[in-house]
Design a protein around this ligand. Sequence first.
Ligand code: PGA
Length: 225
Amino acid sequence: MKYFIANWKSHKTIAEGKQWLTTFQDLLKNDTQILTNLRENKISIIVCPPFYLLSSLKEMLAEYPNFSLGSQNISPFPEGSYTGEIAARLIKDVVKFTIIGHSERRKYFHENDAMIGLKTEVAFNEGITPILCIRSEHDQIPADVKLIAYEPVEAIGTGKNATVEEVLEMKKKLTLEEGTTFIYGGSVDGENSRHYVETDGIDGLLIGTASLEPSKFFSIISTYK
Ligand code: PGA
């Protein structure tokens, strides 16, 4: 299974997000190859919009297998008096996944391994699958996490994507548990995605900038044959 995860970060109004999904689903419904890949569990598409868009996108989401929503973050606390936080239970009906520990969260919101561990726990408690982002082998991987995105900081939003060899090198250093899904993120676009997608051992892509345009994100998914 190859994962294609769109991380919209702090982009898109409600109208823009809905327009994105309309356009994307129009492309999807006419592409028999991608539809077959979804149905045969060969690919998984996950769209991670800002929180306020989740429920309206969920309502619009056509019923495709392996096409789901994720959040970009989750509260480290259960439901309760935590102003401004979104607890896992509050969104578990709309998301299957949540990104945890993105390097932008670590940098701008001072998330550390302890907090990331708590977030992972609350996600598991509510049946949400964490997509754990790590920057290098120095970031901890909490127990039971089976979906890991390697995102070297210098590759994010810079156009300087890591090579396939560098990604596989990092994977070797991590000594991952059996059955772990290992994906790459950082300046992936429709030009370079093919190299990762065709490589055994790289199980998918986390895409920021190029996911903001539905046609660009779609062209990346199309590189999987
Ligand atoms: P990018 O972002 O594709 O714009 O480099 C990736 C990410 O931060 O998840």
